[in-house]
Design a protein around this ligand. Structure first.
Ligand code: AMP
Ligand code: MG
Length: 428
């Protein structure tokens, strides 16, 4: 399952633009191909392997959209109220006993089949009942309050396309089609490590110079939300031979090996060196802030598993937790979707008004953590979190999302329009 083709990416090693990193990923990542059949209840978050053609119309028959009275439009007086005898009753789940005769109405309830001959339904709130008759107002159009068979989905049409990642509404549509199982691609297998001599597991004592691992918890949660099967391989020490052995073993049984820490420019870029000793680094510096040290590569792997072709893709995220979050949602998430065989799900930044000043360099994409508020004039405004260090986790916990400042932007002033990405949308 080589998820990256092995020809040269011809990348020189300088800062790579985000769009270029995205393009390399989109071109080179090969989706997993194995499929499995899952019950509808287990299908949420999975990726459809093939188009689903509707086996039936939805709705299956013409029916009433309201509780009221079904009539024939030609029986109505165009100018004034019409008085019609009530000639029967049609309830949901029961086919109408007989066709609608000329000049009468049928009492009907929401979801009940339209009696043959009836084409229009008056809402009961708009009608008056007088003995055995109903008095309906003028002015309702033919076909009002009637739902036609197949108006939602026509039998034979593509109801859900291959590659759709199934959210609850897609599962509901499959249920409406009467399906009980769906054929989906297998889950993407991800091996997850943290790295660093200073990183310790929550629950252990905290020695001097150490800090608890937050990245693995952040990433495990993000990976689970995107439907990946995660193998948590713990914390690796800054020891290149041991790192190389662990990465190599992980590559054999996974589609993606995901680490954090140890890929920066300093002396201590153990992970990048370990990958270079067993595979190839494709790029390792992206023009994104926070997150610049971001490595991507290929690990050929030990090729022991039955289902493993020639290794795994490798992504080495930065160590700082906010950089981990930003690079995951902007770079790793699209990669995982592609690996999973899912259609692209671009997250569109919503325009909001900046309530802060900010200076930045061109040529680099920056993500600023912001909180939203409604200004007195009704506009939605973004307020920048006061601490913007890449290691400040509270800049994620105390805000609503990221303001995306594109490469060409040099300054934000109060009143500038900026693009806002909510955490909910980024993690969905
Ligand atoms: P590095 O890229 O390894 O130099 O790490 C950059 C910064 O991120 C350092 O301050 C690390 O201590 C921190 N860091 C690395 N890994 C983690 C982790 N798993 N959880 C929290 N912080 C981390
Ligand atoms: Mg480190």
């Amino acid at each position: 399952m080589a998820q990256l083709s092995d020809d040269c990416f011809a990348f020189a090693g300088s800062l790579l633009a985000v769009a270029e990193a995205e393009r390399l990923i989109a071109e080179r990542i090969v989706p997993v191909s194995e499929c499995e059949t899952v019950a509808l209840r287990e299908a949420g978050g999975r990726v459809l392997a093939a188009d689903i053609l509707a086996p039936v119309d939805v709705p299956p028959f013409d029916n009433s959209a309201v509780d009221g009275y079904a009539v024939r439009a030609e029986d109505l007086d165009g100018e004034r109220e019409t008085r019609l005898p009530i000639a029967g009753r049609a309830a949901a789940g029961h086919a109408a006993a007989h066709a609608l005769q000329e000049g009468v109405a049928i009492r009907i309830f929401t979801g009940a089949p339209m009696p043959e001959g009836a084409d229009t339904v008056f809402m009961q709130e708009d009608c008056r009942v007088d003995g055995d008759c109903v008095i309906v107002p003028a002015g309702l159009k033919r076909g009002a309050n009637r739902r036609l068979a197949g108006e939602d989905v026509k039998a034979g049409a593509v109801a859900l396309p291959a590659g759709r990642r199934l959210a609850v509404q897609h599962v509901a549509l499959a249920a409406a089609l009467g399906l009980t199982t769906l054929v989906v691609r297998r889950r993407v297998r991800v091996a997850l490590f943290s790295t660093g001599d200073e990183i310790v597991e929550p629950g252990s004592p905290l020695p001097r110079a150490a800090l608890y691992d937050s990245n693995r918890y952040l990433l495990a949660g993000l990976l689970a939300r995107i439907g990946a099967e995660v193998t948590d391989l713990g914390i690796l020490r800054d020891d290149p031979p041991a790192l190389a052995r662990a990465l190599n073993a992980a590559a054999a049984a996974h589609d993606l090996v995901l680490t954090s820490g140890g890929v920066s420019t300093g002396e201590a870029d153990f992970v990048r060196k370990a990958v270079e000793s067993i595979g190839r680094i494709v790029f390792w510096r992206v023009a994104i802030k926070p997150g610049r040290p971001l490595a991507m590569g290929v690990i050929p792997g030990a090729n022991t598993g039955a289902d493993t072709g020639d290794g795994a893709a490798f992504i080495g995220l930065p160590g700082n937790p906010v950089a981990v979050f930003v690079t995951f949602v902007r770079i790793v998430r699209p990669l995982l979707l592609r690996l999973a065989g899912a259609l692209p799900e671009p997250t569109i930044a919503m325009p909001v008004r900046a309530a802060f000043s900010y200076k930045k360099r061109t040529g680099r994409r920056e993500y600023v953590r912001v909180t939203l508020r409604t200004a007195p004039d009704g506009a939605v405004e973004a307020i920048k979190y006061q601490q913007d260090g890449a290691g400040v986790l509270t800049s994620l916990t105390e805000t609503d999302g990221l303001a995306e400042l594109t490469e060409d932007v040099t300054a934000i002033e109060p009143g500038s329009t900026i693009g806002f990405l909510s955490y909910g949308a980024l993690m969905g």
